[in-house]
Design a protein around this ligand. Sequence first.
Ligand SMILES: [Zn+2]
Length: 180
Amino acid sequence: MEFLFVSGDPALDFAGTMQYRYADPAELLRTPDDFREWIVRAGLLDVPPSVDEQQLMRAIELREAIYRLAIATRDGTRLAESDRAIVNGMALAPPVTMALGASGGILRSGDTEAVMATLARKAVVLLGSDRARLIRECDASWCSRLYVDSSRRGSRRWCSMASCGNRAKVAAFRERQQGR
Ligand SMILES: [Zn+2]
């Protein structure tokens, strides 16, 4: 699975597991195994937890609530009560625990419920803080990925230069060529 971690925040990377939301949506978390892989790749746990279908459905419900709240926060519009309830409810559970390893490093442990609690808390911290003002959407017309623009000038345009940035440049070049 091609997961990207370019959003500068786990909550937004999570929202990005539904790609191309406007034209041709692509679900990256199709099976419980996809979510297990994403959890480890996201660095939330060292070992993939067990995930059942019902947990996957709840994770997707959380993800969609985070996405809608992030858009509303960026737009300065009202946060939907139902979305806040989903995120706040899941944030109540005990999160992933962290411990210092014997030879350094962080040992992360917990189950899928803990992962969802951690993601919900990350969303609360991002959306409730000043960093929320830095939430942007990728400039590429086909991409709906959100990210935190922490560039010094606040001039970041793409979720990822390697994917959308280059693709947009190639598309612009072709357009110029055809215009000649
Ligand atoms: Zn993009």
